[in-house]
Design a protein around this ligand. Structure first.
Ligand SMILES: N[C@@H](CCC(=O)N[C@@H](CS)C(=O)NCC(=O)O)C(=O)O
Length: 226
């Protein structure tokens, strides 16, 4: 969003779990990232950030000016905020089983400590994140069963012009990173990359670190084949 507005910024990446402590110490009201300090204000939550940026610098806008179009984008944006859980649970489930892909996800991260050290000490962070995010077998199985319909919904929004327009809007920027994260999983990428949703993800987030080899039981992925 900042790039699109042309607002220069400094990015800091925080390790999961540790992020809660750092955000509290930095006097943010909540414990989630993304979190932004701008013009002396602390703004948290991707939806809040989109609205704040549009009010600070209206051009180019993150929302359409037509009220009807705007409400459709807001609907997709709010849905996208929930949609992230669908992919976050599988990724933590996978990392809980095998932490070796973790290093690939840390490429280019600005953590303030060496990546190697972060990766070597990550076991409790992964375990806690999997627990906080309720990355259980049942939940992940349900996520994977629901994903095909989610992808259809995203493709429909693209067809209707709610997503994937000439200029990326707040909903594109909410949904595309989740799709991009899904595409780091070898189990999921083939079902996403060659459809409009996958093309949107690549356009919005061309570079996204990380790769997880196949990990899910074949029957959990059955929904993608039918
Ligand atoms: N799209 C959401 C993302 C917020 C969110 O759930 N952030 C997660 C990371 S994806 C978080 O910070 N969780 C706390 C933690 O992992 O310690 C928003 O900003 O409204």
């Amino acid at each position: 969003m900042l790039d699109q507005k042309g607002i220069p910024f400094k990015r800091v990446d925080l390790l999961p779990v540790i992020s809660k402590v750092v955000l509290k110490a930095q006097r943010f009201p909540g414990v989630t990232v993304p979190a932004l300090k701008i013009d002396g204000e602390r703004i948290q939550g991707s939806r809040e950030i989109a609205r704040t940026l549009d009010s600070i610098q209206p051009d180019p806008p993150l929302f359409p000016s037509d009220p009807k179009e705007r409400s459709k984008v807001e609907e997709a944006e709010a849905w996208g905020d929930e949609f992230q859980h669908r992919v976050r649970q599988p990724i933590w489930w996978a990392l809980k089983r095998d932490r070796s892909p973790l290093r690939s996800y840390s490429e280019g991260a600005r953590l303030g400590i060496p990546i190697g050290l972060a990766v070597r000490t990550a076991a409790p962070i992964v375990a806690l994140s999997a627990r906080f995010n309720e990355a259980t077998d049942d939940n992940v199985r349900a996520d994977l069963a629901a994903l095909p319909a989610d992808l259809d919904r995203i493709d429909r929004w693209i067809e209707e012009g709610v997503l994937g327009g000439e200029r990326l809007n707040a909903a594109d920027l909410q949904i595309a990173p989740t799709l991009r994260l899904a595409m780091t999983m070898d189990d999921l990428r083939p079902f996403i990359e060659n459809r409009p949703a996958g093309e949107l993800a690549m356009r919005a987030v061309p570079d996204f670190p990380g790769r997880t080899p196949p990990v899910f039981p074949a029957e959990w992925l059955g929904g993608f084949r039918s």
